[in-house]
Design a protein around this ligand. Sequence first.
Ligand code: ADE
Ligand code: ZN
Length: 322
Amino acid sequence: MTYKSMPKVELHTHIEGCAPPAFIRSLAKEKSIDISGIFNADGTYAYRDFNHFLEVYEAACTTLQGPQDFYRLTKAVLEESASHGVVYQETFVSPDFCGGGDVSAWREYLAAIEDAATEAERDLGITLKCVATCVRHFGGEKAQAAAKCAAETKGDFVTGFGMGGAETFGRPADYAYAYDMAREAGLSLTCHAGEWGGPEMIAETLRDLKVTRIGHGVDAIKDPALMQQIVETDVTLEVCPGSNVFLKATGGWADHPIQKLRDAGVKVTVSTDDPPFFSTTMTDEFNMLAQTFGWTEDDFNEVNQTALAAAFCDADTRATVA
Ligand code: ADE
Ligand code: ZN
């Protein structure tokens, strides 16, 4: 049994991180940018560890230079997602890579991304929402500029605010002002935590940034009291098992904590994060969960419903997707 055609709800992807290496290579060629060092001989992305992954990721982003590049990227990403049964997807988009935090440039990039999303919804039946995202290791000031971009464009398409990047850089409180701006604008909130930073980082993120979702959050498994808090406060985890296994944030598939988190009553969802970087797809994630933990269609239906309930969209969209 393969789960390729089963409908899927995916909450945690990064638009730039979904770019196939061939797509980035062709942009680099068009623009005469030499980034040959970021590819293996077989054409895949080459990196040694998580910090190097972030460097390679940012090098790939240098080829994405205008709204039109993001239009093409979004088209390609949604075609691939739809081919794996994804019917609703949220993607992180960083104002830092879309105009450098300038609000009017950001509006132009967003318009291009939203055009591609509208066309994909019409042609492929996939809905995309945008979570504007700051990059943690770019620091608090850049995070505030990103939050301003997010706040100014909050609407039917930009529905959330988030933070990715190097989790061990700074503390959540350094980003509280940015998150306050986003919350006051009415955006829904998520933040990467507990991928690398331990359960303390999750606890601090919940306390200082008041998010309703945590990106990854797998380190919660190391602290039963925190797991209980997560259950009681209805926080949803955006778990990306293939990403964790590939980057060695956790052990292998058999040791991945998603099963134990779910058994403890934690709301878990399943996403790919940056699929071409981790050699994964939503079909692979579902197939591996079925193979490793014996998940069946009922389990995947439940996970989809959990994701939809935690999705940063309005009730109308939720009803259309369900
Ligand atoms: N940006 C893209 N992928 C990421 C990940 N897995 N963790 C943190 N930041 C990221
Ligand atoms: Zn991520």
